[in-house]
Design a protein around this ligand. Structure first.
Ligand code: UDP
Ligand code: MG
Length: 154
């Protein structure tokens, strides 16, 4: 089992796509184990996007991500990090394959609807940055025994 941090970005919220995007993850069998709706501070975003600090798009990215609320959540599942990245699609909406979230809902470079952790190391860091350990809820969805077979769970 892996956990990954997902952020539905301001454009997803403003365009009323929150439910449709979350539904895709639920339909896939991913489990929400933490979630919050809030406006992100520039200070938190500076930590979250520290690796991009020197990039030309960084100031615009922090402005975009802090100017309107987002929904951020932790999703859990087998290979959740790679599964979610695949479902998100390529970074820029116009490059992203149809069938992916970015491919189906966007055409922009920076307004690309969603963030997802890109490695186990990043996921661990990002989950801890956005949530306290006691905010992660352990629970079993009623249908969980029909999502994975014993082999999936190793
Ligand atoms: N971004 C941008 N212009 C660029 C590259 C990235 O505005 O040329 C933004 C975009 O919102 C992207 C975020 O910066 O999601 C982080 O970039 P990264 O390369 O980590 O892409 P991701 O992991 O989100 O696919
Ligand atoms: Mg990234």
């Amino acid at each position: 089992m892996q956990r990954t941090l997902i952020i539905l970005k301001p454009d997803a919220i403003q365009r009323g796509l929150m439910g449709r995007i979350l539904t895709r993850f639920e339909d896939k069998g991913l489990k929400v184990v933490a979630a919050r709706f809030a406006r992100l501070s520039e200070q938190l975003l500076e930590q979250h996007y520290a690796d991009h600090k020197e990039r030309p798009f960084y100031p615009g990215l922090v402005r975009f991500m802090s100017e309107s609320p987002v929904l951020f959540c932790v999703l859990e599942g087998v290979d959740a990090i790679a599964v979610c990245r695949k479902m998100m699609g390529a970074t820029f909406g116009r490059d992203a394959e149809p069938g992916t979230i970015r491919g189906d809902f966007g055409v922009s470079r920076s307004y690309n609807l969603i963030h997802g952790s890109d490695s186990p190391e990043a996921a661990e860091k990002e989950v801890a940055l956005f949530f306290d350990a006691n905010e992660i809820v352990e629970w079993q969805p009623a249908g969980h025994t029909w999502v994975y077979d014993a082999e999936d769970l190793g």
